[in-house]
Design a protein around this ligand. Structure first.
Ligand code: GDP
Length: 687
């Protein structure tokens, strides 16, 4: 294999709303470039990109895949990403390591939520971008309408670089508006620009030329002077315009019919920049340094994905930004401050890996069985321990409790979950101490369902997912006194412990305190710790619904003892029982966690979102407009928003986002308390 470096590689990420055709297009490109000799179909579940059983079954991409092929002496690393919102972490990783993006729009469906989101992500990542209007062969496909919509949504910088010849059943080929050439037929050979298209071609070409001129000062003057711009000037002007984000060329095609694909490949190669034209930012001794990608510089490679493969074990995906990494070498993991041994390196084509001896600056590849390296780490050299800014992943907002199904699953669940979480940085796992549950958090329900399937398939662990228990607590509302005398006479040695407690409510959030005010030795000093122990034990399970009791002070102020029969255990029992009686007398209530919710939605959804928060017992505290969106601040009981990631998605068709933080505990309304107490009692009766 030839050596590919910063000027002979293209790293292109494919993004879109789910179903616009990324996987089909990747497959078509691999076929045309002869990287594969059999064209797979999404609908038959045999594409190179989507090979996980979870993907073929759902017919959606869940993982990003890197697909390598060669075209015109250039190595193309295509990064196919999932369109489904739950897997946005993979999209973010793909965007981080690409030098350019191709945004697909389905000609039959138009601009969808995922199209808008993808657009935002591309802009956020500062990537040069081309748009492909795919599925031109489908019913309802209308290129000009989509072009108008794109301009309305994303601005006039979206200009046609191609026009389709015909549409729907009559879709026959493509006109290249810069070269003014037409291509069509089975072999995409050059044909005549149809006479009927001439006026559209003129209008659209004018749009293109104007956008190129406007994004380029040198050309603008000439253009405004009315001088003709040469083909050369237009092509290089377009390259610059794309690189700066000032021009976003719009293309047409059909991935399924494989038409326009060779032209698409030429266009991608021509207008999306190679690695050497993109600045590389590294962090050296705390400072950001920007320099062009260089093969001569010391190694700097970013790990952007880790998978646990049942056959090869752990597989680490990385992009080389500077230097060269070689098979069977040693590198320095800057983040872990550790040497990492590199075995065989691979170039990637979905699940197929092709061994390579080295990967040079600008390239993407993988290596198996690294020891300490995780997603986000930088591989460098010990002499030049630089770091690269990691992928910024979205925070997980949807949680479920995971419990093992059978006895054999109990021990295996923890370690297997740890490996899954390692694979997907948008998954997090923790044990909720208060409820004892293992909580798995992610972006959405599909992602968690897929995680559960993977646990089964990869590690043979069966689990059930359920809504996490809400960590309710119990407390008292008035002061109360209580007394318990533990006294037993059973043959020889008796038992005796006698405790008087005073309970007072404390402010919310202070927890439980124990104090002691015994005078005159009515309880000897050495038994006080036993009383405290009893009180603390009794605090762990309230009488209302079994939740921990908090926010009170229990003061032992009197009691009595027996010189022979008293013991620590007797005072512990007396302390515990006195506390239970005291709490019962203190008009106990259930309190619930309240969270701060900050919801960002396009203006038109504001009313619906606030209405929904009202039905969830929420209090809207404020609303701030922010760049065409509204940010709604509210406080809501945690119990009501455990499914908010799903609720908000359906309320806003996926356009809303939110963040949540714990605020405080508050008494539950009486009807809610009654319901929870009744449930607790039913569960106790059933046990
Ligand atoms: P992805 O989710 O963006 O990867 O989209 P897929 O490649 O999985 O395609 C989704 C569906 O659209 C599949 O059923 C494809 O067969 C179909 N499809 C993709 N591209 C085209 C196209 O150009 N024309 C038509 N008619 N169908 C297409």
């Amino acid at each position: 294999m030839e050596r590919f470096g910063p000027d002979s590689i293209r790293n292109i990420v494919l993004v879109s709303h789910s179903g616009a055709g990324k996987t089909s297009l990747s497959e078509a490109i691999l076929f045309i470039t002869k990287a594969i000799n059999r064209l797979g179909k999404v609908d038959e579940g045999n594409t190179t990109s989507d090979y996980d059983p979870e993907e073929t079954r759902r017919k959606i991409s869940i993982n990003l895949s890197v697909l390598t092929c060669l075209w015109q002496d250039t190595k193309l690393n295509l990064i196919d990403t999932p369109g489904y919102l739950d897997f946005v972490g993979e999209v973010k990783a793909g965007l981080r390591v690409a030098d350019g993006a191709l945004l697909l729009v389905s000609a039959a469906d138009g601009i969808q939520v995922g199209t808008e989101k993808s657009w935002d992500y591309i802009r956020e990542a500062g990537l040069p971008c081309l748009i492909l209007v795919n599925k031109m062969d489908r019913d309802n496909a209308d290129f000009m309408k989509i072009l108008k919509d794109l301009q309305a949504k994303f601005g006039k910088k979206c200009v046609p670089l191609q026009l389709p010849i015909g549409a729907q059943a009559d879709f026959k080929g493509i006109v290249d508006l810069l070269a003014l050439k037409a291509y069509g037929g089975k072999d995409n050979s050059e044909t005549e620009v149809p006479a009927a298209l001439k006026s559209d071609v003129t209008t659209c070409r004018d749009m293109l030329v104007e956008a190129i001129a406007e994004s380029n000062d040198d050309l603008l003057e000439k253009y405004l002077d009315g001088q003709e711009l040469s083909g050369e000037e237009l092509a290089s002007g377009l390259r610059k315009g794309v690189a700066s984000g000032g021009v976003v060329p719009v293309l047409a095609g059909s991935a399924l019919q494989n038409s326009g694909t060779t032209l698409l490949l030429d266009t991608l190669l021509k207008y999306l920049p190679p690695p050497k034209e993109r600045p590389v930012v590294t962090i050296v001794a705390g400072k950001e340094v920007s320099s062009p990608a260089s093969e001569e510089a010391p190694l700097a490679a970013l790990v952007f994905k880790t998978t646990a493969d049942p056959y090869v074990g752990k597989l680490t995906y990385f992009r080389v930004y500077h230097g060269v990494i070689a098979s069977n070498s040693q590198v320095w993991n800057t983040n872990k401050q550790a040497v990492e041994r590199i075995g065989q390196l691979y170039s990637l084509r979905g699940k197929n890996q092709e061994p390579v001896t080295e990967l040079r600056a600008g390239d993407i590849g993988a290596v198996a069985k690294l020891n300490t390296t995780a997603t986000g780490d930088t591989l460098a050299t010990r002499e030049h321990p630089v770091t690269l800014p990691p992928v910024v992943f979205p925070a997980p907002l949807y949680s479920q409790a995971v419990s093992p199904k059978g006895k054999t699953d109990v021990d295996k669940m923890g370690p297997s979950l740890t490996r899954l979480v390692e694979e997907d940085p948008t998954l997090q796992m923790h044990r909720q101490t208060e409820t004892g549950e293992v909580i798995l958090s992610g972006i959405g329900d599909t992602q968690l369902a897929v995680a559960a399937e993977r646990l089964q398939r990869k590690f043979g662990v069966s689990v059930t997912l359920s809504m996490p228990k809400v960590p309710y607590r119990e407390t008292i509302t008035v002061s109360a006194k209580a007394e318990h005398k533990h006294k037993k006479q059973t043959g020889g040695h008796g038992q005796y412990g006698h405790v008087l407690l005073e309970l007072e409510p404390l402010p919310r959030g202070t927890g439980a305190e124990f104090a002691e005010k015994v005078v005159g030795g009515s309880i000897p000093r050495n038994f006080i710790p036993a009383v405290e122990k009893g009180v603390h034990e009794a605090l762990t399970e309230g009488a209302l619904a079994g939740y921990p009791i908090v926010d009170l002070r229990a003061t032992v102020y009197d009691g009595s003892f027996h010189p022979v029969d008293s013991s620590e255990i007797c005072f512990k029992i007396a302390g515990a029982q006195a506390l239970k009686k005291g709490v019962a007398a203190g008009q106990p209530i259930l309190i619930e966690p309240i969270v701060n919710l900050s919801v960002t939605v396009p203006e038109e959804f504001t009313g619906d979102v606030i209405g929904d928060l009202n039905t969830k017992r929420g209090r809207v505290l404020g609303m701030n407009p922010q760049g065409g969106q509204n940010v709604i601040e509210a406080q809501v009981p945690q119990a009501e928003v455990q499914r908010y990631a799903i609720d908000l998605k359906s309320l806003t068709q996926g356009r809303g986002s939110f963040s949540v933080t714990f605020s405080h505990y508050e008494p539950t309304p009486p009807n809610v308390q009654q319901k929870i107490v009744a449930e607790h009692e039913a569960a106790k009766a059933a046990a």
